[in-house]
Design a protein around this ligand. Sequence first.
Ligand code: ACO
Length: 216
Amino acid sequence: MKHKTKPVIIIGSGGHASVLLDVLLSQGIEVIAVSSNESVIERRIFSGINHLRGNEAIYDFSPDDVILVNGVGSMPNNDIRATIHRNFIDKGYRFLTVIADSAIVSEHANIEEGCQILHKAVVQPGTQLSACSIVNTAASVDHDCHIGFNNHIAPGATLSGQVITGDNVHIGTGANIIHCINIGQKTVIGAGATVTKHIEANQIVYPAKNFIQTRK
Ligand SMILES: CC(=O)SCCNC(=O)CCNC(=O)[C@H](O)C(C)(C)COP(=O)(O)OP(=O)(O)OC[C@H]1O[C@@H](n2cnc3c(N)ncnc32)[C@H](O)[C@@H]1OP(=O)(O)O
């Protein structure tokens, strides 16, 4: 499907940026530059795209003429992605919300600026996804969830209905959260963990070891 938007500058040249670029190119969106302190030649997908060496160079473009995509991935204990979002919003720039064509996003979900919903992800009705959050490949966020600012729902994670998360929460790859659970800000749910109780802020939840009982 073709999408219409201002020309894009993508910030970052790592794996997450490459996935976003792939989505943008498949949607016929014009990407005029990638901004990165690193060399971009390691990833073939960036070849032919103008390389800005660092985010200062973005200021040469007026916020009226371009829209940004935050290609910096989000991992526990790393707030670079959130800082980039806030800095550029403060300077009048806007972030594109990126939704892969294969994602299923309810018209009755509220998706804030700069969210990224990648291939095969699902966002159900009544859900609020706050700015700068990622619903990564094949993750699902069910009905009536409220997801805070700069959350990362990693690949294959499942949030059942009415889950509420604070800001800067990371739900690890393949984790499962049952319905009506609250998760405090900056908490990390480890890959593969199953969460059945509310979790306070600033916690790390590790997956449980197998609970084994002899059959009667
Ligand atoms: C497209 C993308 O790639 S997006 C990226 C998605 N990635 C994620 O979601 C990663 C989420 N992070 C995790 O799950 C992490 O392992 C955390 C945050 C739970 C724990 O990290 P740390 O505290 O640094 O734990 P650390 O790596 O030191 O591991 C300690 C031990 O626990 C084990 N362990 C840690 N996390 C897990 C896990 N999720 N499942 C099973 N075992 C685990 C480690 O193997 C290690 O075991 P060992 O002592 O026998 O070697």
